[in-house]
Ligand binder design. Structure first.
Ligand code: PMP
Length: 343
């Protein structure tokens, strides 16, 4: 299957003359800088590196991937939104999602005035390929979003390869929770599929949600379009420094240890939740959260809130389901104790 990415890109984006910032035009370090209308005084007076090269070099080393295949955004939410802006003509093109899933695909579709086709996952929260097949040849269908492990269900999605092999538009795999999962990332498949975008984030396993940095891995052709349309300085120097500080070798070990603790806590939490009377079902999870079914989710949620334990009520999305993020050992103990006290 040969795919010409340019055929998928909106015409105005293909023809766009991108903004060229002062730091794009002069990259050297020496000299006096009177080119960006910056203030000469202070510590935070200079614009940051617009291409976040140091972080990309670290990621490149860590993941054996070329920096031309990496985009960094203001959270992976920015990678999602920019995908719409690159590929989807408002009021004409469509995207497809499998529900229940992460809410921002739909919100971004609405913001960008792009039609969203929503197919239900089956009873095991997997994609039903037979339902999907008729949509794969729609030439206005530009992006299929697959969240794996899926939020809020927690499971990994199967049959992604089939979609990659049989769809000529963009396959966007959201791997926000992949570092908690035993499944392999699709990041290493971008060489094989020019139409694949894999998003990851520093917000979850890396423990840096407040910093707001997300990643998209894709063919250099797709990444060029991302860079063409992104706001010039989309990641602040403070945020770049925070990431660089964590990504250095010693702190990476701490990140891995924290992931191990969270996974051990998840196992422990599941074992204990099985003993809680009001929990009717615990869904399998490859993420750092657990979806559980109870008799009356609204009531359980409210009773927990009353005792200052805040979980996510997903009743409106999946009947009587609650999503529980795995916390620290103390937080999980408090959650279990409070749940056991509810009747
Ligand atoms: N994808 C999924 C599946 C998520 O659950 C989230 C956040 N909850 C995001 C993307 C956005 O993450 P961020 O913008 O922090 O990278």
């Amino acid at each position: 299957m040969t795919i010409d990415i340019k055929n998928l890109v909106r015409k105005n984006i293909l023809n766009l003359q991108p903004y060229s910032s002062a730091r794009d035009e002069f990259e050297g370090k020496n000299g006096i800088f009177l080119d960006a209308n910056e203030n000469p005084f202070g510590n935070l007076n200079r614009y940051p590196d617009p291409s976040q090269r140091k972080i990309k070099e670290k990621l490149s080393e860590l993941n054996q991937i070329s920096i031309e295949n990496i985009f960094l955004g203001n959270g992976s939410d920015e990678a999602i939104d920019l995908a719409f802006r690159i590929f989807c003509e408002p009021k004409k093109d469509k995207v497809l999602t499998f529900s229940p899933t992460y809410g921002m695909y739909e919100v971004s579709a609405n913001i960008n005035d792009v039609e969203l086709i929503n197919l239900d996952l089956d009873k095991n929260f997997q994609i039903d390929l037979e339902t999907l097949k008729p949509y794969l040849n729609d030439e206005n269908l530009k992006i299929i979003f697959i969240c794996s492990p899926n939020n809020p269900t927690g499971n990994s999605i199967q049959n992604i390869k089939y979609i990659l092999e049989n769809f000529n538009g963009i396959v966007f795999i959201d791997e926000a929770y992949i570092d908690f999962s035993p499944e392999e990332t699709f990041r290493n498949q971008i060489e094989n599929y020019p139409n694949l975008i894999v998003s990851q984030t520093f917000s979850k396993a890396w423990g840096m949600a407040s910093v707001r940095v997300g990643i998209a891995y894709a063919s250099d052709e797709i990444i060029k379009f991302y860079n063409k349309i992104k706001p010039p300085y989309n990641i602040s120097q403070l945020n770049q420094d925070a990431i660089l500080n964590t990504i250095d070798n010693e702190k990476i070990n701490q990140v891995s240890e924290n992931i191990e603790i969270i996974l051990k806590e998840k196992k422990n939490l599941i074992e204990n939740l099985e003993e809680v009377d009001l929990v009717k079902k615990i869904y399998p999870s490859d993420a750092n959260f657990i979806l559980v079914k109870v008799d009356n989710a609204d009531s359980v949620y409210q009773k927990l809130v009353n005792q200052n334990v805040i979980i996510r009520n997903r009743n409106s999305v999946i009947k009587n389901c609650l999503r529980i993020t795995v916390g620290s050992p103390e937080e999980n103990k408090k959650l279990l104790k409070t749940l056991k006290s509810i009747n």
